[in-house]
Design a protein around this ligand. Structure first.
Ligand SMILES: [Mn+2]
Length: 318
């Protein structure tokens, strides 16, 4: 295996965790990594604003990182007692300047490296295309993984004008992986890249589709019932899956979305009852996060809820 080059230093660490950019030194229970880029569409700027999100979310995490002996009411304990001993911020995978193929391969190699070591992995995007090299890396787990997707949009395009690994395609990409055992998609509403063909393809695959309206009506139990007992789970959260009154800093805001008070308990519940192998939060656009950085703060809080609930539930068992 070729030696993995160091990642780029973040502007500051998430939650003041130690920053380790050299993959050879990545020994952790929990690792957080920024993936800034995906395969760009010709009609979009490159880099896009979402590439700034990993550092914007880290900066916003200062809002709740002071004092690990302080009580966290979402988790019901001090941060100290629900964070595993070895939490690392692995920096950002920076653009290497030649091609997306090269970038994507370097992302996947790093994530495989972490997953082979049994690390729980948290990814800060980037747009939703960053989930694609994450899905490629999941083969390193050696076990099936069930994907839970929170998003206003279906993200099932085979390609958009010839580009197959952009932000409209991550769940289609997931459906091609033999180790992805199934998926549940929550929060669908308004219009996006999906046409009738994509909806039919997702249903034919067996994806459990919950519109935002379904979720508001049926609640999280109906969603949880679609998760196979004992499955490994990966959660991918597109910030526009939440309501834009709570996560306004996105490129595709759509009214009628999910609320933090629904998503955080759902994430905690999944992290408690299943083995959460990882989670990403994508599509935060810091340039539109005018309202006191609430989108970035909410993204960080969702990550912390997942990490805290996982560790609290599984530290004795593992
Ligand atoms: Mn998406």
């Amino acid at each position: 295996m070729t030696t993995l080059l160091p990642t780029a230093m973040p502007v500051r660490p998430f939650l003041d965790w130690p920053v380790v950019t050299d993959p050879a030194q990545w020994q952790a229970d929990v690792a957080l990594i920024g993936i800034q880029h995906s395969e760009p569409y010709a009609h979009d700027p490159f880099p896009n604003d979402q590439a700034q999100a990993p550092d914007a979310i880290r900066l916003a995490s200062t809002q709740f990182s002071d004092g690990r002996d302080h009580w966290d009411f979402d988790i019901g304990a001090e941060l100290d007692s629900v964070l595993p001993p070895r939490c690392l911020d692995c920096g950002n995978v920076a653009w290497t300047g030649d091609s997306y193929d090269h970038y994507s391969a370097s992302v996947t190699a790093r994530l495989r490296h972490l997953w082979r070591r049994g690390t729980q992995l948290f990814v800060l995007g980037g747009d939703h295309g960053v989930t694609i090299p994450v899905l490629d890396a999941m083969d390193a787990l050696g076990e099936p993984v069930f994907v839970v997707h929170i998003d206003a949009h279906l993200d099932w395009r085979e390609d958009v004008r010839g580009v197959r690994r952009g932000y409209s395609s991550p769940l289609r990409w997931a459906s091609t992986k033999p180790y992805v055992s199934g998926m549940t998609q929550i929060g669908l509403r308004a219009t996006g890249s999906a046409r009738r063909a994509e909806v039919e393809a997702a249903l034919a695959y067996g994806s459990h589709l919950f519109t935002a309206h379904d979720f508001h009506r049926l609640g999280s139990e109906a969603v949880l019932a679609t998760l196979p007992a004992g499955a490994n789970v990966y959660i991918t959260i597109d910030a526009d899956g939440l309501d834009p009154t709570e996560m306004p800093g996105v490129m595709g805001p759509a009214p009628g979305g999910l609320y933090f008070r629904q998503v955080a308990p759902l994430v905690r519940r999944i992290a408690s009852t299943h083995r959460l192998v990882g989670m990403d939060i994508v599509e935060v656009a810091p340039r539109y996060d005018f309202a006191n950085r609430i989108t970035c703060i909410t993204a960080g809080r969702l990550l912390l809820n997942a990490i805290g609930a996982s560790w609290r539930a599984h530290r004795q068992a593992d």
